[in-house]
Design a protein around this ligand. Structure first.
Ligand code: URA
Length: 228
């Protein structure tokens, strides 16, 4: 049913094409008006990366830079993510990176656009895009970056402190396992250089554990699923 009378368009479930590919999904998502966030955002920022990625990273929502450029994790948090992946020996070209919510949510403060957390309704409205991405990529593992992604995917009460470094069965059939680590913006928000260094070291430790998990024979299950 269309979300009539609110300026909203049809729910995401009605926008997903039959037998979608990542390309047709992205095209359909470009016109998404399923929640109010489309109104102020510049554009939909859909996931990107290898369609055969064994790792699928999920952040919260595009930031200011991502909203302008139309690509996920290309701003300051994206640079932290790139550096972390590099240090852990994970090639960004081999992974798929997306967000729980595909439009930038913000409040204006003068000329600045200040990130605002998406609410449960916005996360719910956007979820079918993420589910469709996961179903197509069929990664071995899903990596939640930060609490918003971890709570959306692993359960409302998830904390990063408890979930990081742990591997749990994926809540999605198309993936084998899931884990969580900090959102790279947590490094940027650390109060001083020393705290930033500590956050970075712990982030890279998590990413290295993820790289090791991938190299375990057992995590080939999703690759076998893909082939089958
Ligand atoms: N933060 C996110 O969660 N996602 C992005 O794409 C950029 C910043």
């Amino acid at each position: 049913m269309a979300n009539t009378g609110s300026g909203l368009g049809p729910p995401v479930g009605q926008l997903i094409p039959p037998r979608p590919s990542l390309r047709t999904l992205r095209e359909a998502a470009a016109g998404c008006r399923a929640c109010p966030l489309y109104r102020d955002a510049t554009q939909t920022v859909f996931g990107e990366g290898s369609p055969k990625a064994r790792l699928l990273f999920v952040g919260e929502q595009p930031g200011d830079m991502e909203d302008r450029k139309g690509h996920p994790f290309v701003g300051p948090a994206g640079r932290e993510l790139d550096d972390g992946l590099d240090a852990a020996g994970i090639d960004r070209n081999d992974v798929y990176i997306t967000n729980v919510v595909k439009h930038f949510k913000f409040t204006r403060r003068g000329k600045r656009r200040i990130h605002k957390k998406p609410n449960a309704e916005e996360i719910r409205a956007c979820r079918p895009w993420l589910e469709a991405e996961i179903a197509l990529v069929k990664p071995d593992g899903i990596v939640c970056l930060g609490a918003t992604a971890a709570q959306a995917l692993l359960g409302r009460k998830t904390t990063i402190t408890a979930a990081r470094g742990r591997f749990v069965p994926s809540p999605f059939d198309a993936a084998a396992w899931a884990t969580a680590t900090i959102h790279p913006s947590a490094i940027l928000r650390a109060p001083d250089d020393e705290a930033r260094r500590t956050e970075r070291v712990a982030f890279v430790r998590d990413l290295k554990a993820i790289a090791r998990k991938l190299s375990e024979a057992g995590s080939r299950t999703a690759a076998a699923r893909r082939a089958g």
